[in-house]
Design a protein around this ligand. Structure first.
Ligand code: PEP
Ligand code: MG
Length: 314
């Protein structure tokens, strides 16, 4: 079965009845693009740019960043590249930034909030992205840890200024849905964004109030929990009303049950780690879109994540 999956990895992501689901890669560095494409990636759905910062001991400059984003955009040709702006804080510590310690770092100045506090981090990154977007129309941008409409508007306004200054074109803009409030506000966000990308790792943590790295809670911190699925359903419904698409770039997209349930909920893009790409495509090909819709409807009615998983395995 693995062999067949591998052999068919360059076929597009599609259900048995031909409904397209883009299967993209979560990769952080341009050097990983060739491997992702060879595994069958149809784009990059999440470039975690903080890795550029984590893998060194001083701040990368605007030029360093531009070089990296440009190499990634070029490697992908006309396939989409979604660059996520810096998500530092929470579990992602960058020692040389000298950030203040917080009692609850996951609930503190993290992600977009840190970028608002630190224009010296945010502006060079946005400038580097805008420069690349002038030459590469496949570049998309999304903001992490958006929890209010105001967060999104503020981030967009800063990017708009940078684009204007540099004569960069409009860049498709997305919001990560990884805080429950973003899902609950999806109806208001949808008219203003080009797409949503659900970060199930954080969305699960914040919905269930369970630390995503807590060893004793690991079994329960499962994105297939119906409470999390309800929030994804809300997001998809709001997006569809406004003609926007929803992807998932959290870990749930890459596990087979997750890929099937999410597709059934109406998700259009699954961004997963490179080794998971052939398996996700193979799983999609085994089911019709109607079967997956029914699976998702039943999943929403289950009492817990284990029961959702049993729907597929059983
Ligand atoms: C997520 O939260 O699901 C996500 C994709 O972002 P990260 O894992 O980088 O926090
Ligand atoms: Mg996250």
């Amino acid at each position: 079965e693995r062999e067949t999956a591998r052999a068919a990895r360059h076929h597009p992501g599609v259900t048995r009845d031909g409904v397209r689901v883009e299967v993209a890669a979560n990769i952080n560095r341009a050097g990983d693009a060739a491997g992702a494409l060879d595994a069958g990636a149809e784009g990059v759905g999440l470039m975690r740019t903080e890795f550029l910062f984590l893998e060194r001991d001083s701040l990368p400059g605007e030029d360093d960043q531009e070089r990296e984003y440009r190499a990634m955009a070029a490697a992908l040709g006309d396939r989409p590249l979604i660059i996520r702006t810096l998500d530092i804080g929470g579990d992602k510590e960058v020692p040389y930034l000298g950030l203040a310690r917080e009692d609850n770092s996951f609930l503190g100045i993290r992600g977009i909030r840190l970028c608002f506090e630190r224009p010296d981090l945010f502006l060079p990154q946005l400038r580097a992205i805008a420069r690349v977007a002038r030459d590469h129309p496949n570049v998309h941008v999304m903001f992490p840890m958006i929890s209010t409409l105001e967060d999104f508007r503020r981030a967009r306004a800063i990017l708009d200024d940078v684009r204007q200054e540099l004569g960069a074109p409009r860049i498709p803009l997305g919001v990560m849905v990884e805080v429950p409030s973003a899902a609950l506000l999806a109806e208001q966000l949808a008219p203003e964004v080009d797409f949503f990308s659900v970060g199930t790792n954080d969305l699960t943590q914040y919905t269930l109030a369970m630390d995503r790295m807590h060893p004793q809670l690991a079994r329960q911190t499962d994105a297939m929990h119906p409470a999390v699925l309800q929030l994804i359903r809300l997001t998809v419904e709001a997006a569809q009303k406004h003609g926007k698409w929803v992807g998932v770039c959290g870990g749930a997209a890459g596990d087979e049950v997750g890929a099937l349930v999410l597709t059934g909920l109406g998700v259009k893009e699954l961004s997963v780690s490179t080794p998971q790409i052939p398996g996700v495509k193979a799983a999609l090909r085994q089911h019709t879109s109607q079967e997956l819709k029914e699976l998702a409807a039943r999943a929403l009615q289950q009492p817990d994540a284990a029961s959702v998983r049993a729907l597929v395995k059983g």
